[in-house]
Design a protein around this ligand. Sequence first.
Ligand code: SAM
Length: 285
Amino acid sequence: MSSATRKGGTRPARPKKRYGQHFLTDKNIIRKIVSAAKVSEGESVLEIGPGRGALTEALVDAGARVLAIEVDEELADGIRERFPADRVEVIRGDALKLSFRELGRELGERHGKLKLVANLPYYISGPVLAKLLDERDAFTVMVLMFQKEVGDRIVSGPGSRDYGILSVLAQAYTDVKKEFDVPARLFFPKPKVDSTVLSFRVLDSPKVPIEDERFFKSIVRAAFGTRRKMLVNSLASTGLQKPDIEAALREAGIDPGRRGETLDLNDFGRLTRALHKRKKAGPGA
Ligand code: SAM
């Protein structure tokens, strides 16, 4: 950021473990994150956890207006002091408790849909991604940093032990791509694990037709809830009757003895539709 737009700075706050604070120190990685989001002049970007502002600065330099959500009051104040208010607006709060949809709507009225960029604290990355996927209509692109293991899980496919609920949901609603890994030594303080940056391009409609998103999610959750069980048994947790589940599996062309982790997106789509029909019709119909 040019010195003309930067405001005065104070001594940086000490990193707080309870907020998962590990600050990026590598300019090249920061540049690569901004370029993965393809941020251009005048765009609005929501940043979760700006910390000391390493990414925020690069976003502002790329011409973005940034809305930053930071839970740590000290850091939120630091960001307010460092950047002009017409370029960076800071909300002090917990990203898990705010409505992205509402923020998107408010900002969207002024600037259209948002991009999201976040170097997430590891302890909330799963729940934040689940929330972002639920409220994805606020965004065009989301670029997020995860603990490497978690990132690898999100992009993995059926048959792998890594494949899980978030893999299916992310792959149903977005084009998700692994961008690059970030070694632990490029953060201060150095975390115990390496990280991965993923980009999610939000799709206008899911890759498989989904009539009722909540129902789809409940099927995916049930299928992975008891990974070692056969589908016909694990799906019982949805409250559907066993004969209905068996009939739906047959209709979807899925062997009831299979496990949830072997189903691909199309299988989940067909199964959800077949189960939904029976749920609407009532037990044993
Ligand atoms: N973006 C900075 C960087 O790359 O150097 C900081 C990244 S650090 C891994 C995570 C940041 O998220 C910290 O600033 C932390 O205070 C903030 N944070 C932690 N929990 C949060 C929450 N629930 N909501 C919003 N911000 C949170």
